[in-house]
Design a protein around this ligand. Structure first.
Ligand code: ADE
Length: 353
C-alpha cells in the first residue's frame, strides 16, 4: 500500500505534542532542576574531559588569585550548562548571578546587572547568542577592561564616562555557537562544547535523581529510561518523574525495566527517544519529499513547528542519532531512519503501516 500524505497529515496534533522530550527549559524545569542540581564536580556526572579541563583552570586561577577567564559553553539544550556554571561558582567560592539574553533587552538591564556585581562574582548569561547589538557593545569593555563606557549628552556635547567595574567572570551559554558575533566570541578566554551523555552516564544521573526524590529504581529500570532520554539529563530527569507516577499508580511504585518500558510506550517515546514531532518530521521528508533534501522552512510549515525549535531542539539529536543529515540543499533522512520508522527499505515509499 502506498501512502500519499498531504501536508496536514504531518501537522500537530496528528499525534499530540510531547513536551516531556523537548530539552528546552520551562519554568517548571527551573524549580525542579534547582532542587536536584549537583553542586560539585564529584556529583556532576558526565562531560569528563570538560570537567578535568575546568578543574585545572580553576586551580590555576585560585593559585594566581585572579578571577577565572570568561567562559563560553555551547551545545544542545538540557546538557547542564547552567548546572556547570553553578558548580564552577561553588568551586571558586564565588557568588553567581544567573540571567539570559532575552532579559537584557534594554541597555539599563545589562548596565544594572554589571553595576551590581561584586569582585570575583560570576555572571551567567544563557542564550547569549540572542544579545542585541547595544548590549554586546556595553559588554565588550566590561569583559576586556572591567569598565563601563557610558555616554552622556547629545551630539556636540557628548561625553564618555568610564566607570570601573569589579573583576568578574562571564559565563555565556549558547545552543548556537555559530550565531554568536565574532567580536563577542573572541572575548571568551575559554570555549567548551558540551556533549550528549552516554546511556551509562544518564543511568547514573537517573539513579541520583531518583535517590533525591525517594523513588525506588533498579539498574535495568534506570537504563531503560536512559536509552530513551536522547542523551540529555534534563529529559532523563523529567522521564524519571513521569515513569515514577506510572509505577505508583499501576504497580507498587518501584521502577523496573518492564515498568519503565510500559510507561514510556504510553508517553509515545520510542526506543530511540523520538517523540511525535521527531517522527512526523522524518515521515514528512520520507513520504512527501522522497527522503529529501528539503528546506527547513518547508518542514516547519508542514509540521506546524517554528524553525528555531526544529533547529535547536529536534535536530541536534536526530543528527547525532544518525537519522537525519544536513546538506547544502536541505535536510535528508538517512537509511537508518527508514528502518527505525518501519518503512520497508531506503528510498522506497511503501510503508508497513
Ligand atoms: N542532573 C542534571 N545534570 C546532571 C549531571 N550532569 N550530573 C548529575 N545530575 C545531573
Amino acid at each position: 500500500m502506498s501512502i500519499i500524505a498531504d501536508d496536514n497529515d504531518f501537522k500537530q496534533p496528528r499525534e499530540a505534542k510531547n513536551p516531556v522530550t523537548k530539552a528546552e527549559t520551562t519554568e517548571f524545569d527551573k524549580n525542579f532542576e534547582n532542587c536536584i542540581r549537583p553542586k560539585s564536580f564529584d556529583t556532576y556526572i558526565g562531560q569528563s574531559a570538560l570537567k578535568e579541563a575546568l578543574q585545572i583552570t580553576i586551580e590555576a586561577s585560585k593559585k594566581r588569585e585572579l578571577p577565572l577567564d570568561h567562559l563560553l559553553f555551547y551545545g544542545p539544550p538540557g546538557l547542564g550548562k547552567t548546572t556547570l556554571a553553578g558548580v564552577i561558582a561553588e568551586q571558586m567560592g564565588a557568588e553567581i548571578k544567573i540571567t539570559s539574553a532575552p532579559a537584557l533587552e534594554r541597555p539599563r538591564d545589562i548596565i544594572g546587572i554589571l553595576m551590581s556585581l561584586k569582585g570575583g562574582e560570576i555572571l551567567f548569561i544563557d542564550e547569549i547568542h540572542r544579545l542585541n547589538k547595544v548590549a554586546e557593545e556595553i559588554l565588550y569593555p566590561a569583559m576586556e577592561d572591567f569598565v563601563l563606557d557610558m555616554t552622556t549628552g547629545k551630539s556636540q556635547t557628548v561625553k564618555t564616562l568610564r566607570i570601573p567595574l569589579p573583576k568578574f567572570t562571564l559565563i555565556g551559554a549558547t545552543t548556537k555557537a555559530g550565531a554568536l558575533s565574532g567580536p563577542l566570541r573572541d572575548r571568551f578566554g575559554i570555549i567548551h562544547r558540551l556533549e550528549f551523555y552516554t546511556e551509562d552516564e544518564l543511568a547514573q544521573v537517573i539513579k541520583r535523581t531518583a535517590g533525591i526524590l525517594n523513588i525506588e529504581i533498579d539498574t535495568k529500570g534506570a537504563h531503560a529510561i536512559a536509552r530513551r532520554s536522547r542523551g540529555t539529563p534534563r529529559i532523563a530527569n523529567r522521564l524519571v518523574k513521569r515513569v515514577s507516577d506510572y509505577a505508583l499508580v499501576k504497580h507498587d511504585g518501584k521502577i523496573t525495566e518492564t515498568i519503565a518500558n510500559q510507561a514510556l510506550d504510553i508517553l509515545k517515546i520510542d526506543e530511540l527517544g523520538l517523540d511525535n514531532t521527531d517522527r512526523n518530521l522524518l515521515k514528512l521528508i520520507i513520504e512527501k519529499y522522497n527522503g529529501g533534501p528539503v528546506g527547513i522552512e518547508t518542514i516547519a510549515t508542514a509540521i506546524g513547528e517554528d524553525t528555531r525549535t526544529i533547529e535547536d531542539v529536534c535536530e541536534p539529536y536526530l543528527l547525532q542519532a544518525g537519522l537525519l543529515q544536513r546538506t547544502p540543499r536541505g535536510r535528508k533522512v538517512s537509511p537508518s531512519a527508514y528502518g527505525h520508522l518501519g518503512y520497508k527499505k531506503y528510498s522506497d515509499q511503501q510503508t508497513l503501516f
